[in-house]
Design a protein around this ligand. Structure first.
Ligand code: ARG
Length: 400
């Protein structure tokens, strides 16, 4: 298939810079780059200049942090979704949004393909490829790293020199890193040894918990229908709130995870995650759910949260099931309004207090004090009926 115009997800790094040239070389096509600010802490203007310098005919750059938090992160947040119980999905949630933006540009610019810099054994390729065809079934997706002949970084550098592509001067970390406002993912390099302890310099959003402040710090988070709306009584937008939460929780060393996880392509992979705001806010939200959801709703939500995390991880963002689950979560979050107080101390965010106008907790029913309103004598009948199936089953077994 011939390709005339391609929209490339461009980070400004060596890989995607080499890809600009490689695409032109291989397909003789025009390359338009797209760079999103998802809160990775990088300046966009120099990236735009670099894209044009290495041969892009047009370079789009865009701050999409707000849309990312509101329409992607918060949906998973309403479930408390964590892949394999640990990963708050920062990278996984970003990919479908980046793809959506690229497809919009492809439509506007009349491009027939999009391209990305992911490898053939990772999850990110799946998220790009699958989201792209979900949004535009006739789009071609090119992942040069899956097919090119450049076997090592040295070969890439050779290629870059040949085409006058700037080579990063600072010594790069030996890891593959992806960062956005919701968290940081690190893999590969020395981490491939599962018995290798990550060195302190692998972390960039959190203080070493052993060196975190010796005094605990309290924080109050206010939620409205499942969404955090204020920090320590101060109302603010999501971008500011998550930035502040990252800073605060990061200072206390909260949000580090070291996991061997199941990738979609069937292999296990060692990953380090850092997500101070995510972990702190998830912890707080969890305790609010405990307060306002009835038992069955809470239990079902927990089960479906696993499914939700899988869908996000697997690249199935743009599917009907995800939308149906969102409707479920929206309903349950109608009462997730209230305030949670946490104590931050040396790597842990511990909930110490919570309140909500929708709390199902009733002191009169829970108390063992004289104002107890619970009718104790009904307990006997309840136990009789609840235990009846077990009793009958035992009677039958004994007869045999
Ligand atoms: N394992 C994580 C995921 O699949 C993180 C991927 C990180 N990507 C990267 N380029 N380092 O979502």
């Amino acid at each position: 298939m011939s390709v005339k115009k391609v929209v490339l997800a461009y980070s400004g790094g060596l890989d995607t810079s080499v890809i600009v040239k490689w695409l032109q070389d291989k397909y003789g096509c025009e390359v338009i780059t797209y760079t999103a600010d998802l809160g990775q802490n990088e300046e966009l203007e120099p990236i735009k200049e670099k894209a044009l310098k290495v041969g892009a005919t047009k370079a789009y750059v865009e701050d999409i942090r707000e849309e990312f938090l509101e329409d992607y992160v918060m949906k998973a947040f309403k479930f408390g979704a964590l892949y394999e119980g640990k990963y708050p999905l920062a990278t996984a949630l970003g990919r479908p949004l980046i793809t959506k933006k690229m497809i919009e540009i492809a439509k506007k610019e009349g491009a027939d393909a999009i391209a990305h810099g992911s490898t053939g054994k990772g999850n990110d390729q799946v998220r790009f490829d699958v989201s792209a065809v979900a949004l535009k079934p006739d789009i071609k997706v090119i992942a040069p790293v899956r097919e090119w002949e450049l076997k090592s970084r040295d070969e890439e550098i050779e290629y870059a020199k040949k085409y006058d592509i700037p080579i990063p001067v600072t010594k790069e970390k030996p890891y593959s890193i992806d960062r956005n406002i919701w968290g940081l993912s690190v893999e590969a390099g020395p981490l491939e040894d599962t018995y290798f302890e990550p060195p302190e310099d692998i972390y960039s959003m959190t203080t070493d918990p052993t060196k975190a402040p010796n005094e605990p710090e309290y924080v109050e988070i206010e939620f409205k229908q499942g969404i955090p709306v204020a920090l320590n009584g101060q109302r603010m937008g999501l971008v500011e709130l998550v930035d502040k939460a990252n800073e605060l929780a990061g200072k206390h060393g909260i949000g580090r995870v070291d996991i061997v996880e199941n990738r979609l392509v069937g292999i296990k992979s060692r990953e380090i995650y850092e997500a101070p705001a995510a972990y702190m806010l998830l912890e707080a939200k969890r305790s609010l759910d405990e307060l306002v959801l009835d038992r069955e709703a809470l239990h079902l939500k927990d089960q479906l949260a696993l499914k939700y995390a899988e869908l996000v991880y697997y690249g199935y963002w743009f599917c009907d099931l995800r939308e149906a689950l969102d409707a479920f979560a929206d309903k349950l979050n109608e009462k997730a309004t209230g305030v949670v107080r946490l104590k931050l101390y040396k790597g842990k965010a511990t909930v110490v207090a919570r309140k909500s106008p929708y709390a199902l907790y009733s002191k009169e029913l829970a108390t063992y004090d004289p104002e107890d309103k619970f009718v104790h004598k009904y307990g006997e009948a309840f136990c009789y009926i609840w235990g009846l199936p077990l009793k009958v089953s035992a009677q039958v077994k004994n007869k045999k």
